[in-house]
Write a protein that binds this ligand. Structure first.
Ligand SMILES: *Cc1c(COP(=O)(O)O)cnc(C)c1O
Length: 403
């Protein structure tokens, strides 16, 4: 052959890099079965089974917290966190411009005002340098999201908030077990909130928890979650405050107790696979979300990447399609920042300048957690696919030179 053959892409009818699928999430084993059987055989399938308290304690402990209050899902845990913190109508809460909707909707459900602040182009978490400009005398709190399972730049954020009477709440829905400067997610703010929804690193299908080292906050939350009863989890007909029923069930707790046992080893494997891949990807025009210094553990719920069309040679949507055809799961980033959702046409909010948030809707994508859950060769197929696609589309350097 005179010229080295360029391999035909799967979108053009070539052979895909991968024929096999990645491991299926969520994973489970004997322990989930065993604990579930125990709850089923008890008379108590609901929120008063002993497993709920036991799970709250173990999960909180694992995240360096004294208190855990489990809920039916992460969205309710966020709403409960804000209510237990005393947030009221008209209070302003700073949130990142990109997250799952709950980060902002929880604020709006309490008739408070979300103030959307730009994200950092490297970490994809809230930009600490833009916090001061967003704070007014109505600002009561900041919700940071540990996006994808990489913790936000907590030291930097704390410095920027020093001198302001503003509380820090962590939306740690992606960040089970994440750690920065020796501190676990959920323990660095006034409280943290986790989700156990089906796609999260630890799951019971649905579920959530608030973690905190603030005893008053935790007991108010527990009371809110249990019809405004006294702060210990119990039944009865005395209601001290207007609460509701946010309780996690014994059935969910059974699954979560087992999921928590698996978590450290799963995170270790995910990190090992991701580190090996990131070390090897050298393709021009493609880059990935990077954690702030001091990040020792990241959950890898997902990993965000970005593509520079001019350099890589292909636009983001086409790239995602080409990757999927090669057998690599890969999705476009959120289509718009949270403030562009139709619901914010009618809800009080403020938007700070968000040039990065606007850009990443067009140039970013994410790799879901499944790709880190297998062997290192499974993960390295991502590199093979990226290189194969770039080889076909890379801008013609010879022609460029003639221009
Ligand atoms: C999943 C998620 C939530 C909400 O959790 P649910 O358990 O689905 O209600 C909140 N914030 C973020 C960033 C999430 O990804």
């Amino acid at each position: 052959m005179l010229f080295p053959a360029v391999e035909k892409l799967a979108i053009h009818g070539g052979r895909p890099v991968r024929q096999k699928s990645y491991p299926v999430h969520p994973e489970f084993g004997e322990r989930e079965n065993k604990f579930l059987q125990r709850v089923l055989a008890s008379k108590q399938w609901g929120g008063f089974h002993d497993f709920v308290g036991k799970f709250e304690q173990l999960f909180a402990q694992f995240h360096d917290c004294e208190h855990g209050v489990a809920t039916a899902n992460g969205t309710l845990a966020l709403e409960m966190a804000l209510e237990a913190s005393g947030i009221r109508e008209g209070d302003e809460i700073v949130v990142p411009a990109h997250s799952f909707v709950s980060t902002a909707s929880a604020v709006s459900r309490l008739r408070a005002v979300p103030v959307f602040v730009d994200i950092n182009s490297t970490t994809y978490n809230i930009d600490a340098n833009r916090l001061a400009a967003a704070i007014t005398n109505k600002t009561k709190g900041v919700i940071v999201v540990h996006f994808g399972g990489q913790m936000a730049d907590i030291d930097h954020i704390r410095k920027k908030l020093a001198g302001h009477d503003v509380m820090l709440i962590e939306d740690a829905a992606h960040a089970h077990g994440a750690e920065q400067h020796g501190q676990r997610a959920g323990s660095v703010g006034l409280c943290g909130v986790f989700s156990f929804q089906n796609s999260k690193a630890m799951t019971a299908g649905e579920g959530g928890i608030l973690t905190s080292n603030d005893e008053d906050l935790a007991s108010r939350a527990r009371s809110l979650a249990n019809h405004g009863r006294k702060t210990t989890l119990a039944g009865g007909f005395d209601h001290l405050r207007l609460g509701s029923n946010y309780r996690l069930t014994g059935i969910q707790a059974a699954i979560l107790l087992a999921q928590l046992e698996h978590l450290p080893e799963q995170i270790r494997l995910r990190q090992q696979n991701a580190a090996a891949l990131l070390k090897q990807i050298k393709t021009p025009g493609i880059g990935f979300q990077r954690a702030p210094e001091g990040t020792h553990v990241q959950t890898l719920h997902l990993l965000v990447g970005h593509i520079d069309e001019e350099i890589f040679g292909l636009e983001r949507n086409e790239f995602v399609r080409a990757m999927n055809a090669e057998g690599i799961p890969c999705r476009p980033f959120y289509p718009h920042p949270l403030y562009r959702n139709p619901m914010y046409k009618n809800l009080p909010h403020r938007v700070e300048p968000c040039p990065v948030a606007e850009l990443v809707c067009r140039n970013s994508f994410w790799l879901p957690q499944e790709v880190w859950m297998g062997s290192s060769t499974d993960t390295l197929d991502i590199r093979r696919a990226i290189e194969k696609i770039h080889e076909v589309y890379k801008p013609n350097t010879h022609l460029n030179r003639l221009q």
